[in-house]
Design a protein around this ligand. Sequence first.
Ligand code: PMP
Length: 426
Amino acid sequence: MIRSTDQLIKDRARLMGPNVATFYDDPVHFVKGEGVWLWDADGRKYLDCYNNVPHVGHCNPRVVDAICRQASTLNTHTRYLHDGILDYIERLTGTMNQSLNSAIVTCTGSEANDIALRMAEGMTGKRGIIATDATYHGNTSLVSQLSQSNVPKVGFGLEQYFRFVDAPDSYRTPDPDGTIFAQNVAKQIAALEAHGTGFAALLICPYFLNEGFPDNPDGWLKPTADVVRNAGGLLICDEVQSGFGRVGTHMWAHEKMGVTPDIVTLGKPMANGHPVGGVVTNTDIIARFREGYRYFNTFGGNPVSCAAAMAVLEEMHAENLMENADTVGKYARARLTKLQDKHQIIGDIRGSGLVFGAELVLDRETKAPASDFTDKIINAMRHRGIILSKLGRHKNTLKIRPPMPFSIDNADLLFDTLDDVLTQAL
Ligand code: PMP
C-alpha cells in the first residue's frame, strides 16, 4: 500500500498511538537511500547531513552484501557456537585500549547502557549514577530516567539513584580545562554518598553530543576521570553517537578526551542501520556481570548482526573514512567560520570531524538563543533538499552529522544552501 503524506501521518497516530516523533513541520517520506543521498516518495533527492546510523553510507554495498550472504547461509539465536561474534569482538576491541578486551553484543544503545549500569552496580555494590542534565542515554525503564531533557511523565520511583551535573557549555560557561565539571561531579558523588545510595558510576557521552557538543579541548575529561576513580566509581562512556571515527581525529571520542573508560557503550552506527549495540569492558567487569546477572540476549550478536557490524569496520578501513571525517570536518569548520563573518545570527561554531554545527543567537552580546529561528532554518533547508537538525539545551544549535563518506563537494552544497537560506530568512 502506498499512502499519501497525510494518510501516513493519520495512520501513524491510529496504529502507533499519539506522540510518535517526526521531524519537520512537513514530515518527509523517504523511500530510497544511497551513500549520502535520500529520495522521497515524489522522487526528490536530498543531501543527508544528519544521519549517523548509515555510518558508511545508505545501502552501502559491502554491508548489504554481508547481510545477504549471512542471512542466506545461517541466522540463529546466540546460544550456538559461531565464529562471527568472536571475530567481530576481536576486531572491535582491537581498536580500543588493551584493557577494553571483552564485549557483550546487544540490539540497541539503550540495552547497552542498561547493562553498563548493572555492571557498575555489580562491581561497586552501589546504585548511584551521575549523568548530565541535558543528555539522553536510551529508553529502558532505568536508563530513561536519566533524560532530564525529556523527563518521562510516568516514573518508576528510581529518582533516588540519580544525580545530575550541568552539561558543559563552552560558549556560555567556559570550563577550558574541565576542572569545574570535575568539581560538580565530586559534589554529586558526595550527595549520593550522604544519601546512603552510594556512587556507582558516571555515565557520559565523552563528546556531549546530545548536549550540543561543546568545544572541549583534547584531554578535557582527565580531571573528571580522576574524581570518579578516587571515589571508587566506574567511568562509563556512551559512544553511541560519538564513536566509530565520527570525531575524525580518533576512533573513539573518549581517546580524544584523554581517558580510558571502564565501560564503553555502543549503538547507532555500529552496523549501518541493522540493530546492533554493544558494551565493551575489561575482564573483571565482564566476569562479575556474567556470573552475577544471568544475562541472555536472543538476538544480540546473531550471525547476521555480526556480519553487518564487521562489514562496517571493513568499509571504514578500506575507504579511510575516519581520515575523510577529519579532512572534510576541518573544511566544514572553515566554511562555517566564513558564514559566521557574514551572518550575525551565528554565535558559535563547534565540532570535530563529521559532527559539527553552529549555535544561532539573537544577539552575540547577550547570547540569547534563536530557538524559533533555528527551527525555521531547519525546515527551510528541508525544502531546499538538505536534511539536518537541531539540538542542545536551547534547541538552537544546528546539528550536522552526515554519513562518513560525506565529501568536500557535499559540504559546499550544504553551506551554499545554508548561506542562501540565512540570507533570505533574515
Ligand atoms: N545513547 C545515546 C548518546 C543516544 O543518542 C541514544 C539514541 N539517541 C541512545 C543511547 C539510545 O540508543 P537506542 O535508540 O539504540 O536505544
